[in-house]
Design a protein around this ligand. Structure first.
Ligand code: DUC
Ligand code: ZN
Ligand code: ZN
Ligand code: ZN
Length: 489
């Protein structure tokens, strides 16, 4: 029989519009959105959403589940990480496939295996960490056959994932020819390496050395360089984890000049500051280590303002979690602390409390920043990111009068710490519906490994529309070569 859910009386919110309406779901698809829906059957699950917001489930553009990194593996896999996501109102994420010895197809196969545990829908981005004819050909296969339309290039992690400007240019050109979106981790890896050495020489071996070794100016440099090289190739660019004013201002400048650049802050960068890195307790300090680093107070506020002003377009998490014992790999040397913090479970609550509850953005903006814009950019809209007839039934019900509190003792991730420990706020996700199933209700999870689907993302991105004819395009300002005549005597 059909799985039927009727959500009554809530305020249905999309990125463009909100109104009081009912939402009716059959077998994982939204089949009606209008006031006063009546369904005759008695096998319908009815949920009263009066006084609450009914919104598209969160879509997290940036996660690392079951990733092998810095000599260990993240402790949230595709099951535990997604279960945590669902408990926090996120119903889909896009994870980064890391190549195996530079091979994209080997990386892809490994992630297909890892994702078999999935309990919600997911997509893949692909990292590109070396360059040759095989990699170029594999990129094409990923786009044309595997539903991956976004590739990430690391300007940091020297000696591991880092690429040269030459490779970046090759990658940008390849992305452009495939209609795929290029993404960058924008920090100057050579300078970071130098900064790390300097800290160790100064005897600063603790977690605070992490922040001191890679200051905002190196993120500004990486961001500016990537933006300018993307401008030179004339292809759109997506900057992941924008953590600093320095990077944000580069994005603002480029966007103002008409360049197609997207900036993604992450929830840790929006709401935290770097003071935790100076905590005298190593475990407490090490849990804040991620790259680019969480910045001094002031950066987060500026990133919030940039989001509300439209300079930045969507919020991710970079959820990439390591337990205290894993973080302790770097007890004598911050360079060995596995980089990463949590956020997949907390993003929807913290963005609501920080931006909506404080009055910085509207409820429709909230939906755009946490769901719709991600679905649009990565070509899943309106299947994802909308409460419309025909969309997937990935729906949350948020009670603006209820409150949340964050703690490692109650979260659903496998992580034994929480970078947002003790935070509380208004606005709680009371119900999560994923793929037409109620998976989170009354503070209880009902999740089934293997129930999540892979979402293919064909190579369309609206950021490419008319790009080669757009004004301000460097290539369009090229003029015909000067005709020169040989002197005759
Ligand atoms: N930064 C992190 O903190 N973790 C994973 C990779 C990255 O760039
Ligand atoms: Zn309407
Ligand atoms: Zn990164
Ligand atoms: Zn990341």
């Amino acid at each position: 029989s059909l799985r039927k859910i009727l959500i009554k009386g809530g305020t249905v919110v999309n990125a463009h519009h909100q109104e009081v309406a009912d939402v009716y779901v059959e077998d994982g698809i939204i089949v009606a959105v209008k006031p006063n829906i009546r369904v005759g059957d008695d096998d319908v699950t009815v949920i009263d959403a009066t006084g609450k917001f009914v919104m598209p489930g969160g879509v997290d553009p940036h996660t690392h589940l079951a990733m092998d990194f810095m000599g260990t593996r993240t402790i949230d896999d595709f099951f535990s990480g997604q279960a945590a996501a669902l408990a926090g109102g996120t119903t889909m994420h896009i994870d980064f496939v890391i190549p195996v010895n530079g091979s994209l197809s080997a990386g892809y196969e490994a992630y297909v295996e890892k994702a078999k545990l999935s309990c919600m829908d997911y997509g893949f981005h692909m990292a590109v960490t070396k360059w040759d004819e095989i990699v170029a050909r594999e990129m094409e296969i990923m786009v044309k056959e595997k539903g991956i339309n976004s590739f990430k290039f690391f300007l940091a992690y020297k000696g591991a994932l880092m690429i040269s400007d030459e490779l970046l240019l090759d990658g940008l050109k390849k992305c452009k020819s495939l209609g795929a979106l290029a993404m960058v981790h924008a920090e100057n890896g050579d300078a970071v390496f130098e900064g790390q050495k300097r800290m160790i020489e100064l005897g600063i071996t603790g977690p605070e050395g992490h922040a001191l070794s890679r200051p905002p100016l190196l993120e500004g440099e990486g961001t500016a360089r990537a933006i300018r090289l993307a401008g030179f190739v004339n292809t759109p660019l997506y900057i992941v984890h924008v953590m600093s004013i320095d990077a944000m201002e580069e994005i603002a400048r480029a966007r103002k000049a008409g360049q197609r650049v997207v900036g993604e802050p992450v929830v840790s960068g929006l709401v935290l500051d770097d003071s935790g890195l100076w905590d005298p307790d190593f475990v407490t300090a090490a849990k804040f280590v991620m790259s680019p680093p969480i910045r001094a107070s002031g950066h987060g506020k500026a990133l919030q303002a940039a989001l509300s002003a439209g300079v930045l377009q969507l919020v991710g998490t970079d959820h990439c979690v390591f337990n205290s014992t894993q973080k302790a790999m770097g007890i004598d040397d911050f360079r060995k602390i596995p980089n990463g913090v949590n956020g997949i479970e907390e993003r929807m609550h913290l963005v609501w409390d920080t931006l909506v509850e404080s009055g910085q953005i509207s409820v429709t903006d909230y939906v755009r920043l946490t769901s719709t814009e991600c679905a649009r950019i990565f070509n899943m809209y309106p299947r994802k990111g909308a409460i419309l007839v025909g969309s997937d039934a990935d729906i949350i019900i948020l009670n603006p009068n209820s409150s949340f509190e964050i703690s490692a003792s109650s979260h659903h991730s496998r992580l034994d710490t929480n970078v947002f420990e003790g935070r509380r706020g208004k606005g709680k996700v009371e119900v999560t519906i994923a793929g037409g199933r109620i998976v989170w209700e009354n503070d209880k999870l009902k999740v089934v490994p293997g129930s999540g689907k892979y979402i293919e993302r064909p190579p369309y991105n609206y950021l490419f529309d008319g790009i080669d004819k757009a004004e301000g395009n460097y290539l369009n300002s090229l003029r015909a070569p000067v005709k020169r005549y040989k002197a005759t005597t």
